[in-house]
Design a protein around this ligand. Sequence first.
Ligand SMILES: N=C(N)NCCCC(=O)O
Ligand SMILES: [Zn+2]
Ligand SMILES: [Zn+2]
Length: 335
Amino acid sequence: MRRMSPHDASAEHPQDPPQTPVGPRDSSRTPRFAGPASFALLPLLETVGTADIAVAGVPFDSGVSYRPGARFGPAHVRESSRLLRPYNPAQDISPFAVQQVADAGDIVANPFDLDQAMEQVYQGAKELLTRAGRLAVIGGDHTIAYPLLRAAAEQHGPVAVLHADAHLDTWDTYFGVPLTHGTPFRRASEDGFIDLTASAHLGIRGPLYGKGDLTDDAQLGFQITSSEYIEEHGVPAAITRLKQRLAGKPVYISVDIDVLDPAHAPGTGTPEAGGLTSRELLRIIRALSDQQIVGVDVVEVAPAYDHAQLTGIAAAHVLYELISAMGAERVRPAR
Ligand SMILES: N=C(N)NCCCC(=O)O
Ligand SMILES: [Zn+2]
Ligand SMILES: [Zn+2]
C-alpha cells in the first residue's frame, strides 16, 4: 500500500503531534524531483504541529557589504537538498527518525528596514521556539545571526558561539551603520549574547582592514582557528582545539558558507581564496556531535553566483550534518 504522504495536511491532525517522527517524503515512491522543495523533503511544521528541530529560512540580504543575493539562499538550499537520504553513515544516525525535524518555511523580514527586519527575525525565532525545541536556520546574509543569538541567549544565557567563516564579522560599523553582515558578532558580544571565554572562529583567512581587527576580535571573546591552522596542523588538531575552547557549554553553531574555498562554494557574496574543503568542514561538524548544540544557522548562500548547485549542495550537506549532530544526544549512551 502506498505510504501516506507526510505533506498531505489532511492526513494529520496538527494538534496531535505524531508519536514517531514523520520523516521525509519517500523518494523511492514519489520522485525526489517532484513537487515543491522543503528542506530534505521533510514535512512542513504546520503539518506535524510541533518538532524537535524546525528548519526555517530567512530570505534577507539587506546587510551585505558587497555582492547581494543571499535573500535567495533559503529557496536554493532547499532546492539543492532533494537528494539527501534519511540515514547518515558518517555519524551512524537517522537524523529524521531519532527526532522530529520539520520545515517551518520562511521568517519574513522587511528588506527596506534593517532594524525592523532584525526585530522580525528575533520575534519569528521566538515564535518558532514555542513549537520547536531548536532551530536550524538557512540565511540570508550573516546579519541574521544577531537576532538568532539574541533568541538563543534568552533561552540559555550567553552561548559558546562556534562561528565558521572566512571573515571575523566582528568589525564595528559600515557607513556608520552598526548592524551589517560584517558586524553581527561584535554586537552580539557587546550585548552579552556570547560566552566570551568559550567562543571560537573557524576558517578565518584573507585580508583585514588592519592588525587591530585581531586584537578587537580577541577582546570580543573569540579564539581563532584559521584556515592556515588547519593546513598546518590538520583537522584532528583543529577539532581538539575547538572542543577545548567550547568547554562543554551550550554551543550555537553559525556557518557562513564562505568558510569553504570558492572552489567548493562559489555562490556567495564575499568569497576569499584559500578556504576549507567541504570534506574538512563536514568532518569537523561530525566531531561536534558530543556537544550540547542549542541552535545552528547556515548563511550567505547567494545562488546568482553559484554553478551547478555546488554551493547549494554544500550548504544542504552542512545543514544535514549539523542536524545529525544535534540528534546524536538521542542515541548517545548515557554517561
Ligand atoms: N559575513 C560575510 N560573509 N562577509 C563580511 C564581509 C565584510 C566586509 O565587507 O569586510
Ligand atoms: Zn559571515
Ligand atoms: Zn564570510
